[in-house]
Design a protein around this ligand. Structure first.
Ligand code: F6R
Length: 615
């Protein structure tokens, strides 16, 4: 959702906050703002637009000196993105200043109470209500800022990560979290606050991740105190050593993070199976699965919950778990599952898939399943994320930071983890023969090299992108394991190029979408040799007779589809169950090049945010 950065220490806060906001811009980028204490007064500068716009206006508006400050990059929830609704927000007295990520659900009733007590509001935001509530409590109860924040938060319903300070006591920053992430970097007599660790990675590797319902009072020269918001009890800070490197969060010569992340997939997939896939010994080692083998083997069924691209990875997993391990699987949108009173049994296993590990709906689905006694397993990329901590056990994807808003390497590494799990369970259940099992291990180990090969079609894909970049609609078709890939291909195209695209099971086309096909409609058909090749070829013939333009994703050396299609993009041959790891690659590149040619902001598409921490 929104990105939060704060600093208190001996350095100039401004450059740390601005650079930090740029790294967090993937979280939201419709407006940005900064508040600094310049030694005598509070200076606030904020604007609709990007962090670069903030830099431009803050040049003119504020002196950029001061050792205490907070900054925000926003993804609007309450109030349209404009200058007034941008964070930071100050209290009526002008003393207190806040930035906030999340939603205060009862803000309207709190606002009415504050209005009745004489408070006025400039913006439409819930955040301005919260800072005035804190001010009101501070005055009424005559308490210090930390206590006022605590009392106010106990009146709030919703989710938040907040950072607050008082210009009359600028040696102290108060932070708190419920449902939105917040990390505190611990330096030498200095503290960094951020939604994730990327803004302070070059200054310190020591970080504390606040847990839900915790707040911290951070004092220059004095240190940090963490308390439970509900009962005021003190919490022992747990300082984590960060593994992140600066290079991992930079573009490394690529034009966009998305392109870099597409090209990182061979390495990311290798990192995902490294130490887990031991082919020489014909072993898959996954501690989270091993330690809970009984739960998996006795499972009535597996329920997979996720959103967006992660949900597509879940659909691929449904095929592989059922196919190899013969365990019934249901794949659910987390947002639907959590609200539809689902039947959950104690012998159900729920697998939650999430790149960020912060998606609000997925987190809520996990809590629901746990409350019904199900065993919950997480597949996350971000180490230490809320979902990673909330689940009973899990497996990290080890894809490295994914910064482009459109998910790429997260998808293929999620599929890799889920494939390893399915193989391990099928071995334990005896639903796969030894030779089939070894064949899968061998083929999986060869996938990174084959992804590398698929990436070599880059120039050819750029050529195809140029032909179809002006299309208004596009269909993606696939069958079996490649049906979810068709959904993912369509999602990639629409989210970054804003071209309307639909993914469909190829055979289902006859039940409706075929009506859309004419000579202007590009149709991407995944038609690899393994699986339902002949059936897909018939579908291609049906499209051809209606004059649709066919882009076939085919196995190297394919001649039959080449004859029929307008264009083909080849991928190396592999097992059908592993084919999504290869067929996805050209679809990612196709979307990328179309979006670049249309001059869209590939890494930060409009209206989207990398991690959706509100429902
Ligand atoms: C699409 C995309 C989103 C995410 C979705 C879930 O490219 O990135 O659809 O997949 O918001 O996010 P995570 O995986 O972080 O839970």
């Amino acid at each position: 959702m929104c990105g939060i950065v704060g600093y208190i220490g001996h350095r100039e806060a401004y450059p740390i906050i601005i650079e930090g906001l740029k790294r967090l811009e993937y979280r939201g980028y419709d407006s940005a703002g900064i508040a600094l204490f310049d030694g005598t007064d509070l200076k606030v500068s904020k604007t609709k637009g990007k962090v670069a716009d903030l830099e431009n206006i803050s040049e003119k508006e504020i002196t950029k000196t001061g050792n205490v400050g907070i900054g925000h990059t926003r993804w609007a929830t309450h109030g349209v993105p404009n200058d007034v609704n941008s964070h930071p927000h100050t209290s009526n007295s002008g003393d207190l200043v806040i930035i906030h990520n999340g939603i205060i659900e009862n803000y309207e009733s709190l606002k009415q109470e504050l209005i009745a007590r004489g408070y006025t509001f400039k913006s439409d935001t819930d955040t301005e209500v919260l800072i005035n509530l804190i001010e009101d409590v501070k005055k009424q109860e005559d308490v210090k800022l930390g206590k006022a924040v605590q009392i106010a938060l106990n009146q709030v319903i919703g989710a938040y990560a907040i950072t607050v300070f008082d210009k009359n006591k600028p040696e102290e920053i108060v932070v708190a979290r419920l449902g939105s992430p917040l990390a505190v970097g611990i330096g030498e007599d200095e503290f960094f606050i951020a939604s994730d660790a990327s803004p302070f990675i070059e200054y310190t590797k020591d970080a504390i991740y606040l847990e839900d319902e915790e707040m911290a009072i951070i004092r220059f020269h004095k240190g940090i105190k963490i308390r439970k918001i509900k009962d005021d009890s003190l919490v022992d800070p747990y300082i984590q050593k960060l593994q992140l490197n600066l290079e991992e969060i930079e573009k490394g010569g690529y034009d966009h993070f998305m392109l870099k992340e597409i090209h990182e997939q061979p390495k990311a997939i290798t990192d995902t199976y490294r130490g887990r896939l031991l082919r020489d010994q014909a072993i898959i080692k996954m501690a989270g699965v091993e330690d809970n083998m009984k739960k998996f083997l006795n499972a009535n069924r597996i329920i997979i919950v996720a959103c967006g691209t992660s949900w597509h990875a879940g659909l691929v997993a449904e095929y592989i778990f059922e196919d190899l391990a013969r365990i019934p699987v249901e794949v659910e949108y987390a947002s639907e599952f959590r609200y539809r009173n689902p039947v959950i049994r104690e012998d159900d296993v729920l697998i939650a898939i999430s790149q960020s590990g912060e998606t609000a709906d997925t987190l809520a689905a996990i809590k629901l399943a746990k409350s019904k006694g199900a065993f919950v397993f997480g597949v996350c990329n971000v180490v230490g994320s809320s979902i990673a901590r909330e689940t009973d056990a899990g497996a990290y994807t080890h894809a490295g930071p994914e910064i482009g808003v459109a998910s790429t390497k997260a998808f293929t590494t999620q599929i890799t983890v889920l494939t390893l799990m399915a193989l391990r369970l099928s071995r334990a259940k005896g639903t796969i023969t030894s030779s089939e099992y070894r064949r899968h291990l061998l083929e999986l180990e060869m996938i990174p090299g084959k992804v590398e090969k698929a990436l070599e079609s880059d120039a050819h894909i750029r050529y195809i992108a140029d032909i179809y970049k002006d299309a208004s609609n596009c269909l993606y078709l696939g069958r079996g394991y490649n049906f979810p890939v068709a959904l993912e291909g369509a999602l990639k195209l629409k989210e970054i190029s804003y071209i309307h695209a639909e993914g469909y099971p190829a055979a289902e086309m006859k039940h409706g979408p075929i009506a859309l096909i004419d000579e202007n409609m590009p149709i991407v058909v995944i038609a690899t040799k393994k699986g339902h090749y002949e059936k897909v070829v018939s579908n291609i013939q049906e499209i051809k007779s209606r004059k649709g333009k066919i882009i076939g994703i085919v196995t190297e050396g394919d001649e039959q589809v080449k004859e029929l299609a307008d264009h083909v993009i080849e991928v190396p041959e592999t097992l059908e169950s592993l084919s999504p790891l290869l067929t996805t690659i050209p679809l990612q590149l196709l979307s990328y090049y179309i979006a670049v040619m249309l001059d869209k902001n590939v890494d930060q598409p409009r209206n989207l945010a990398k991690s959706v921490t509100v429902e």
